[in-house]
Design a binder for this molecule. Sequence first.
Ligand code: C5P
Length: 415
Amino acid sequence: MDTDRAFRGRRVVLGVSGGIAAYKAVELCRRMVDAGAHVAPVLTEDATRFVGALTFSALASEPAQTSLFNVDASSGGSPIPHTRLGQSADVIVIAPATARLIGKYAAGISDDLLTATLLATRAPVVIAPAMHTEMWEHPAVQENLVTLRRRGVHIVDPESGRLAGGDVGEGRLAAPERIMDAVADILTRSGDLAGVRLLVSAGGTREAIDPVRFIGNRSSGKMGHAVAAQAAGRGASVTLVTTAPDTAPAGVDIVSVVSAQSMHDEIVGRFDATDVVVMAAAVADFRPKVVAGDKLKKAAGAPEIVLEPTPDILAELGAAKRGQVLVGFAAETVDIVAHAREKLTRKNADLLVANDVSAPDAGFEVDTNRAILLDSSGASEETPLLTKAALADVILDRVAALLGRAPTNPDQEIP
Ligand code: C5P
């Protein structure tokens, strides 16, 4: 990755909280400025006990700020510096992030300039925690990190090594090059789907047998929800049609559905006003032909349930598409590539994501996945085992390329 290209001309708010690793943020600030970024440092009061604001002011693109209430040159004369900083940032990087900062951010507390800026932004946020091993491993900190991750915050995990006071263990701030790489990666992607209207389906449909029973499948919706979350983070306007609305990510429009028919109706009705459809849902292929009005009684004996096909949503969209990019999924257990290729052609999709759902670490319910991506040119690409969020980004990279989208960096060519 070309780090300089990712940073050039981008606005970075560099938040520094009060830990011994605060001195390392000085190096980070210098590297970001050298890479061409406009860096606005924001220090918590405690951070200034470790490093002087003047040090950052001397190196950064604008004076370091430490207070919500300083209406002077350091705040650009703004009486509300947190909204100016939050709204204008392309990314907010917190390094080091102390346990306290993480706790406040997870709880939505905004009692100083840095935490207020974090709530006043829609920009991606990267946090690099640093603290003693006991604090890092404490369930309160780990649970707060789970909350932040779920909200789409990027965490650059600390490393093992020497800590303050001569201790050794996990909790040391990640090396500056790791933080730089993580931020560059996010800057390269952020905004490349701006203005794109993206419809994602997720979860397994339920086909009613009677008022209490249904035919279903093991899909959790995690893969589709990851696509929706990552696409929103990249600037797309996302509608998520899901059977698992309770676990849907923030920042997307959610349409709750249950059956293949309701999913069909919600998606087909929106298709004309959509640029990309990602059909990550596990849609039932068959449903009971007749749904009993009352609960079937055991005493009546084993029922004979006659099935009929459900509408094939992806195939219908493939036949109707007028320039939209269509992405399908193929959950397979045998002959994965052959089945996926046949589906790609039959459903007239532009990209098919095939995975082996019999593998224990890929497919249904787990947080990781491994896939083979097939496109209509005949090319195929196999990914390593990835988190579903990371696989979502790989899929969205391909979608961006199919749309002819360049990354937001003005001088970066279309791949
Ligand atoms: O044919 P199969 O169910 O394996 O195809 C999988 C792909 O087709 C997935 O993208 C799924 O969301 C979509 N599909 C659909 N409507 C159906 C069945 C599957 O859109 N009735």
